[in-house]
Design a protein around this ligand. Structure first.
Ligand code: SAM
Length: 394
């Protein structure tokens, strides 16, 4: 049976997610702001949870309809046979998101939908489900637009950026699904040497290593759908076994993360071990090392840099102010990285100016609430000279 699902993702990477979902066999794939709608079976949705590197969560559409007020929301939610999906013993959480909804209070809307689910359960079973926002077993999500409401059951549970390997964060880590999206947007492929000169806790390089070794994003975690009544354990086991069999630690690649802070380099190493990448570390195909981006040498004659340097106030105390430091980093790139492509994520629109470089591409991406740009700079031989294409006049 075909159902409708919605994959949520950070704004700016919907198209990357749509391509990913299509490759997983999703049908009627439609990117909208903040996510992608798709059709498929429950197994398609399981596969999306397991394999999508970019989605934040996968939602299952259980009902939709028009509404004008909170009473309409209550009626719609009360009509849904939730008892087919979960029991009153399971802890429930309800959330509402909205775009241009005429309702005064989303909190009140949330309350009405929660009441409808709880009232129905009591009528059907005589038992009252417990609401638990901190540790729910089941999450219901309502999305309101001007006239319509869509009610979903969340199939992911914890957000999908939580792969299960991160123990320590370092300074301002980016989320795992955003790191994966940067790699996919950049067009990096595992046969290209990759360097993150501001690697922090290692997120970008670890995501790259998981791609290079064919490790499914959700191989080491649990999912919300495992707690639902209709959970198809056989279909899930089959997907998991195939994903385990696809891991290829013999693949060859060259991935390097550097950071000025030895403390975060240790964190990155520990994170990589927890991600199952110990063999890649031992063989040197994956490495984290201490180093200053203003002085670091390339790891190959040509390759790709994908990184998010410090911006705004975040900077290591041992570094100069961020704009001055980025100027020095650019000098190093121009001198030593001819033949490399550099992709930098920053909330600072002035970054190309600080680096005296002209970007060849720029994509707006949201890192949480922070509007960022993902700049591409092509480092060509002699690009520190004025005439070179990437060079901006001083
Ligand atoms: C925004 S964080 C990167 C976070 C990383 N992407 C992660 O997910 O953990 C910036 C990093 O740049 C490092 N840093 C600051 N100045 C540096 C420099 N001159 N050379 C190398 N690393 C530097 C900081 O220690 C910090 O870990």
């Amino acid at each position: 049976m075909t159902d409708v699902f919605f994959a949520v993702c950070p704004r700016g990477i919907e198209d990357v997610l749509a391509v990913e979902l299509q490759a997983l066999g999703a049908q009627a794939v439609k990117a909208t702001a903040g996510g992608v709608e798709f059709g498929g079976t429950l197994a398609t949705a399981y596969a999306a949870n397991l394999h999508s590197r970019v989605a934040s969560r996968i939602l299952w559409l259980v009902a939709s309809g028009g509404y004008r007020n909170e009473a309409d929301l209550y009626a719609l939610a009360h009509d849904i046979p939730w008892e087919n999906e979960f029991t009153p013993q399971q802890r429930l959480r309800v959330d509402v998101t909205a775009v241009r909804s005429p309702l005064q209070s989303l909190q009140f809307a949330t309350l009405k939908i929660k009441d409808a689910i709880v009232d129905r359960a009591r009528e059907q079973t005589g038992e009252r489900p417990t609401v638990d926002r901190a540790q729910p077993d089941v999450q219901v999500l309502a999305h309101l637009d001007e006239r319509n409401v869509r009610l979903y059951i969340d199939l992911s549970g914890e957000s999908l950026f939580k792969r299960g390997w991160r123990a320590d964060k370092g300074e301002a880590p980016i989320k795992e699904n955003l790191a994966a999206a940067l790699l996919l947007l950049s067009g990096w492929t595992p046969d290209q040497p990759l360097l993150d000169p501001f690697c922090g806790s290692g997120t970008i390089v670890i995501e790259a290593a998981c791609m290079a070794t064919g490790r499914a994003a959700g191989l080491n975690r649990r999912f919300g759908f495992e707690k639902l009544k209709g959970y198809d354990r056989a279909a899930w086991s089959q997907l998991q076994s195939a994903a385990r069999a696809a891991v290829n630690d013999a693949a060859s690649f060259s991935l390097t993360g550097r950071d000025i802070s030895t403390g975060v380099v240790a964190i990155a190493n520990a994170n990589a071990v927890r991600a199952g990448l110990g063999a890649a570390l031992d063989s040197g195909k994956l490495q984290f090392e201490a180093g200053d981006a203003r002085a670091g040498a390339p790891t190959a004659p040509a390759g790709m840099i994908v990184t998010n340097p410090p911006y705004g106030e975040q900077s290591n105390p041992r570094s100069a102010s961020v704009p001055a430091m980025m100027g020095d980093v650019a000098t190093q790139l121009k001198r030593q990285f001819a033949g490399w492509q550099a992709w930098l994520l920053s909330s600072d629109r002035q970054l190309p100016r600080q680096m005296h470089l002209r970007e060849s591409r720029k994509t707006v991406i949201f890192n949480g609430a922070l509007e960022c740009r993902f700049f591409r700079f092509d480092m060509v031989a002699g690009s520190n000279r004025k005439a070179a294409p990437a060079e901006l006049p001083g």
